[in-house]
Design a protein around this ligand. Structure first.
Ligand code: 13P
Length: 249
């Protein structure tokens, strides 16, 4: 079902002590909106986070996972392992994973399958680079990222998928897509899904925007009809800023 969601991607920030302190600050914030709230700390802090946030309004997600169940994959973490520490949602396809860790559409398709097989919810990320936008190629790039990693799925799989459009040029740069650019792309994404899976499935999808969302710009971005929330990087590391964004709905 389509919901408003605000998820904080902590990336490679916060050791255990910092995680403990940010979580206790988050628990003291007042949520006044209907948005679902999630945070994605690093692997080492997922167990602490899921224990500390049990019975709270904040869900814990992982930033990545491997597609295999177990085995000789040094340094990797499986869906089963995430589930075993209470994590039921995983971010896949973040542009930093694609750019720095060579994650391809084919690899992501395998990760998507593994997460769904384990009944996990996926926040699936994609987005064009600046050169793609300048060449007016952004819709083609984003359309292909979605098709290549997700269009082998059955219609019913999409109830466990949240989409996150994150234009690479807006991540960590302070430069956001304008609300109109976000809306145009989100409408294109929804139409792409509708063409393949039908309007009902497309209308039920939550499509988040990510890329320099801050308390000052969240309200305007979230006011667009096809923007169902945000995936927040830098501003998710400050409890007050993060909740100002959550409460922008
Ligand atoms: P910033 O909000 O820091 O631009 O990061 C966005 C992001 O990459 C969230 O996944």
């Amino acid at each position: 079902m389509r919901k408003n969601i605000v998820a904080g991607n902590w990336k490679m920030n916060n050791d255990l002590a910092q995680t403990e302190s940010l979580i206790s600050e988050l628990k003291n914030q007042q949520k006044t909106s209907n948005a679902e709230v999630m945070i994605a700390p690093t692997f080492t802090n997922l167990w602490h986070a899921s224990e500390a946030l049990k019975n709270s309004e904040i869900e814990v997600a992982a930033q990545n996972m491997h597609f295999a169940e177990s085995g000789a994959y040094t340094g990797e973490v499986s869906a089963e392992m995430l589930q075993s520490v209470g994590v039921k949602t995983v971010i896949l396809g973040h542009s930093e994973r694609r750019a720095y860790f060579n994650e391809t559409d084919d690899l992501l398709a395998k990760k998507v399958d593994a997460a769904l097989k384990n009944n996990m919810r996926i926040i699936f990320c994609f987005g064009e680079e600046l050169a793609d936008r300048k060449a007016n190629n952004h819709e083609t790039v984003v359309g292909n990222q979605i098709k290549n990693a997700l269009f082998h799925l059955e219609n019913s799989a999409f109830k466990n998928i949240v989409l996150a459009y994150e234009p690479v040029w807006a991540i960590g740069t302070g430069e956001t897509a304008s609300p109109e650019q976000a809306q145009d792309m989100h409408a294109f994404i929804r139409q792409t899904l509708a063409n393949k899976y039908g309007q009902e499935t497309a209308n039920a999808m939550s499509i988040l925007y990510g890329g320099s969302v801050k308390p000052a710009n969240a309200k305007e971005i979230f006011s667009k009809p096809d923007v169902d929330g945000g995936l927040i990087g830098g501003a998710a590391l400050k409890a007050q800023d993060f909740f100002a964004i959550v409460n922008a709905f």
